[in-house]
Design a binder for this molecule. Structure first.
Ligand code: FMN
Length: 126
């Protein structure tokens, strides 16, 4: 089986809600354009909040927590695109989605000179 190249990440705690429906439609669109897709529902993963230990700057990945992100990092590194789906909770994304995004911190390119513009280690994913 081909590896997924588009990951749809759902940050909605509720099952079968609006975000699930929207995400399914986005992924159907990606499939219809030839993409291999995978849906990742954050509610099925245990993901700690980033604690800003900054160890990933040297290690290149998160070494503080051994949680659901360990399963997701390899898939993110293989992916050509990530679609983020979140309901609005108090004018913002949900807490699980925020935790997920914060845990992508290892993908900043820390070799860049500081202060300066930020770049991503994943910017050449296609
Ligand atoms: C804790 C909480 C906070 C919410 N805050 C907002 C909000 O700020 N603005 C808004 O338009 N809807 C808000 N909503 C409504 C949700 O965005 C709405 O119910 C949405 O459909 C939930 O997504 P889901 O259907 O994928 O579960 C809130 C709902 C909850 C439970």
């Amino acid at each position: 089986m081909n590896k997924p190249n588009i990951i749809g990440v759902g940050g909605n705690p509720r099952n079968n809600g609006n975000t699930d429906i929207l995400l399914d439609h986005f992924l159907m669109g990606a499939e219809s354009e030839g993409g291999n897709t995978k849906k990742v529902l954050l509610r099925n993963y245990s993901i700690e909040s980033c604690i800003a230990c900054e160890a990933c700057r040297k290690a290149g990945t998160c070494i503080r927590f051994h949680d659901g992100m360990e399963l997701l990092y390899p898939e993110i590194e293989e992916a050509k695109g990530i679609i983020l789906g979140s309901p609005t909770y108090n004018y913002n994304i949900t807490a699980p989605m925020k935790a997920f995004i914060d845990r992508l911190y290892p993908y900043y390119d820390f070799s860049d000179e500081r202060p300066g513009p930020y770049s991503s280690k994943l910017e050449d994913q296609g």
